[in-house]
Design a protein around this ligand. Structure first.
Ligand SMILES: [Zn+2]
Length: 311
């Protein structure tokens, strides 16, 4: 992607194409762009990926897309609002469909110049941890669970296969990865290390990073960047890792409609609120909000210019 101007802030991971914005997506995007906030709407399965690309066509600049298959959509299972950090009760939970990754479908979308990354893709073991807990409560068999009673190792292997296909796609279209990872950092790091030579440089971003400092160190060594969202405004669990990661590798996100920052907690999140994340990051890094905005925006523009002419 070649950018012709520079925004004030860049929300690099959001979902304005989701059902939560069905009635007012255009207004939400307008509010953001009028305030100098650009965004990447991130797809999670076929429909939301195609919708994200569709949104880019309405605007000359400032609205981009990422396309991919989220690990939780690789199998049919129920994900509650708690697990996804949805703080607005009205948004509710949803049923994952169990999509088979269609390489050609995603490749066609990924070739669009306004698609700046492949994802969200990656690994999510949080569902297995939750099931295990539930099973222990029920004292049921510890061997199988979930989708058709498949063993957890097979379900993990399926996530690995789908992730590897998306790594292949990112390499083919020369775009960075937009990675989702929950409770699976050792496996994620192992897969990324083995595939690093085929990926673009820089290879991508770990969105809503929830790992520990040691994970961050290994991923920094592999060349990855990290994005943080509203959670850093209300949880102190991320302070240490945020302070540890150099500013050159940090980007901002909202992950809207989920996880709204203070002072909007419990409400639907939106890209405009990325300013609250910038304010908190400035505080944690002992920088001004202007410095944080400028640096994170520069990082985003550089990452999304991967494989194309530099700025
Ligand atoms: Zn997301």
């Amino acid at each position: 992607m070649k950018f012709l101007s520079i925004p004030k802030l860049f929300d690099i991971h959001t979902h304005v194409q989701f059902a939560a914005f069905r009635d007012d997506a255009d207004l939400v995007i307008k509010r953001a762009r009028d305030s100098g906030v650009w965004m990447v709407n991130v797809g999670t399965q076929k429909d939301t990926a195609a919708r994200a690309v569709g949104f880019t066509e309405k605007y000359t600049e400032g609205v981009y897309a990422a396309v991919g298959l989220h690990p939780i959509h690789t199998e049919k299972s129920y994900h509650d609002e708690q697990e996804l950090g949805i703080t607005n009760k009205e948004l509710g939970g949803f049923e994952s469909r169990g999509e088979v990754f269609d390489y050609e479908y995603y490749k066609k979308l990924a070739e669009n110049p306004k698609v700046v990354a492949i994802g969200e893709c990656g690994l999510d073991y949080a569902v297995f941890v939750r099931e295990q807990r539930e099973r222990q409560q029920k004292r049921a068999s510890a061997e199988t669970c979930g989708e058709g009673g498949l063993p957890i190792e097979e379900r993990k292997a399926k996530q690995h296969r789908v992730f590897l296909q998306q790594i292949k796609l990112a390499a083919e279209v020369k775009k960075p990865l937009m990675i989702h990872c929950r409770q699976a950092f050792p496996d994620l790091i192992q897969i990324l290390s083995s595939k690093l030579q085929v990926l673009s440089s820089p290879p991508g971003i770990i969105h809503f990073f929830s790992g520990v400092k040691e994970d961050a160190k290994e991923l920094l060594d592999l060349g990855f960047s990290f994005s943080f969202g509203g959670v850093i405004t209300f949880s102190r669990d991320y302070d240490e890792v945020v302070k540890y990661i150099p500013m050159e590798r940090i980007l901002l996100e909202t992950d809207a409609p989920y996880v709204a920052p203070i002072p909007y907690r419990g409400k639907r999140n939106e890209p405009l609120y990325v300013i609250e994340v910038a304010k908190k990051l400035a505080e944690l890094k002992n920088l001004s909000v202007e410095e944080v905005s400028e640096m994170t925006t520069k990082n985003a523009l550089a990452l999304f210019s991967t494989g194309i002419e530099s700025l």
